[in-house]
Write a protein that binds this ligand. Sequence first.
Ligand SMILES: NC(=O)C1=CN([C@@H]2O[C@H](COP(=O)(O)OP(=O)(O)OC[C@H]3O[C@@H](n4cnc5c(N)ncnc54)[C@H](OP(=O)(O)O)[C@@H]3O)[C@@H](O)[C@H]2O)C=CC1
Ligand SMILES: CC(=O)[C@H](N)C(=O)O
Length: 276
Amino acid sequence: MPLPPPGPVARVLVTGASSGIGAAVARALAARGYPTTLVARRADALADLAGELGGLSGLEHEVHAADLGTDAGLDDVRALLDDERVVGLVNAAGFGVTGRVADLADDAGQRAALDGLVRLNVLALHDLTVAAVGALVRRARAGGPSGAVLNVSSITAFQPLPGAASYAASKAFVQSFSEAVHAELAGTDVTLTTVSPGLTRTGFAEAAGTDAFDQVPDLVVGEAADVAEAGVAAMARGDRSITPGLVNQLSALGGRFTPRTLLLPALKAGMEHFGA
Ligand SMILES: NC(=O)C1=CN([C@@H]2O[C@H](COP(=O)(O)OP(=O)(O)OC[C@H]3O[C@@H](n4cnc5c(N)ncnc54)[C@H](OP(=O)(O)O)[C@@H]3O)[C@@H](O)[C@H]2O)C=CC1
Ligand SMILES: CC(=O)[C@H](N)C(=O)O
């Protein structure tokens, strides 16, 4: 029983909750009866969502504005995991940067964005996951409730991606780290699940500076609510990993098993077509 039954003291902390997949995950959790602690930088968007969720669920949804790309923000959020009411963590905060590394290196803003990407997608996720897993296992061993973590990866985790090299590598880290910890947790009452979406309609494209999402068939672009439903259901079951949608599952398979000598030139050409 990884995610314990819902109730007022079965709280789930969700990062990246001010928009997109994180907000949709918070809605899916609230609909199941879990109070949430909503984390991101934009306090106003979090407060709006907390109001919406409170109206729907009758539960108390808390807001914590923090920049997880800073030591202070990360320290603050890590401390929230010490709260004994927290039985779950969802790491959804993340963003992408597109472009060739050699070009990004020559632009101070893009260079800083690449560093920020690694700080948020890799270091913050790793830090919060380690803190949550440690606290949840300790509490479960002491007779407390079970617990669950959900990490948001991506289909880009399954192969290198020229034109989004740092982003795809950050998600490869998320996937590998999370699957390994899932195995380590066997036999405890705590689970770690990874959800690996493909293109999903959120604020991601604008933040990543790409209009690729507008150039591909609608069939290829999923909805945040569907990703959230699949992710939360897998988290509740304590599954290792889920890739929502047939198109994404095929893409992940292709990424894993196509020889790199064939795959990398094709991906490079595809990303160049989209201006990356
Ligand atoms: N959309 C897609 O196609 C896909 C997305 N993903 C992953 O899904 C996750 C969610 O992205 P998505 O919902 O798509 O995109 P959005 O841009 O809609 O959401 C990103 C979230 O991350 C938060 N965030 C960004 N920077 C920081 C920071 N420094 N500190 C705290 N929070 C931060 C944003 O809040 P704020 O700006 O208020 O801080 C926002 O809530 C990401 O990890 C992304 O890599 C995976 C596969 C596909
Ligand atoms: C390829 C993308 O940019 C997408 N957001 C993903 O993570 O799959």
